[in-house]
Design a protein around this ligand. Structure first.
Ligand SMILES: C[S@@+](CC[C@H](N)C(=O)[O-])C[C@H]1O[C@@H](n2cnc3c(N)ncnc32)[C@H](O)[C@@H]1O
Length: 217
């Protein structure tokens, strides 16, 4: 179990935290949490704001593959794969890999990258439809925190069950009071968020022994 930033090549953007904090109401959150068209392709207030494939995962998947020394025919699962952008870039890097993606959103899977659509499944992170030890690496980027704490813990257990090798998750967190205040304004869909220290305890108590890093607003 290691704290490691495998997303350090992810593009840095200025987050208009105060502006977003004023716009996000419980009604906006309820719409975002449907993970439908509004979340993926609607106004930025509801989620991604129509983020299109732009190759941003290319250096990240290279870093991940090198870090875990993945063989060319490795089996990789992305829990919360959205439209499959990251898996598409794994496909480009490792054409012999067995890829799988799961997301709760019918909309995302219907509108996923054609190159990986066949490997994607609609489902919930807390009940992964794969046998034990199916994957060399299970990734889950900014997804399991969208579940309430008990189901988030279950999702982490499921990740441990289906991996036979590595696991890496990122979750909403803060290290300081200032970061906590910023995150509380930024949060749109997450139900489970806490300090990095509290997450480490949460992982240990739930039996999650994979690697992890943080989304800090
Ligand atoms: C912030 S997005 C992250 C997507 C992608 N991993 C990325 O980093 O771009 C969160 C994703 O989690 C999915 N999601 C939310 N709750 C989920 C659940 N219970 N099980 C599986 N996926 C879920 C959403 O549909 C969405 O695609």
């Amino acid at each position: 179990m290691a704290e490691i930033n495998l997303l350090n090549f992810y593009p840095k953007t200025d987050r208009p935290i105060d502006e977003r904090g004023k716009m996000i109401t419980e009604e906006v959150r309820a719409i975002a949490r449907q993970y439908g068209r509004e979340f993926f392709d609607g106004d930025r207030m509801y989620g991604y704001g129509g983020y299109r494939y732009d190759g941003r995962w290319v250096p990240i998947v290279k870093r991940i593959a090198e870090h875990y020394r993945l063989a060319g025919d490795a089996a990789i699962l992305d829990v919360g794969c959205a439209k499959g952008f990251m898996l598409h870039d794994f496909r480009g890097l490792m054409p012999g890999a067995t890829l799988a993606g799961l997301d709760v959103s019918d909309y995302a899977i219907e509108h996923a990258m054609p190159s990986v659509r066949d490997c994607l499944t609609v489902g919930c992170a807390s009940e992964l439809p794969y046998p034990d030890k199916s994957f060399d690496l299970v990734l889950s980027i900014n997804t399991v925190h969208n579940l309430p704490a008990d189901r988030c813990r279950k999702a982490l257990r499921e990740i441990m069950r289906v991996t036979r090798g590595a696991a890496f998750v990122t979750v909403d967190a803060w290290r300081t009071e200032q970061e906590r205040q910023r995150l509380l304004k930024w949060i749109l869909t997450a139900h489970t968020y806490m300090s990095t220290e509290a997450w480490k305890t949460f992982f240990a108590q739930g039996g999650y022994t994979g690697d992890y890093y943080w989304f800090i607003a």
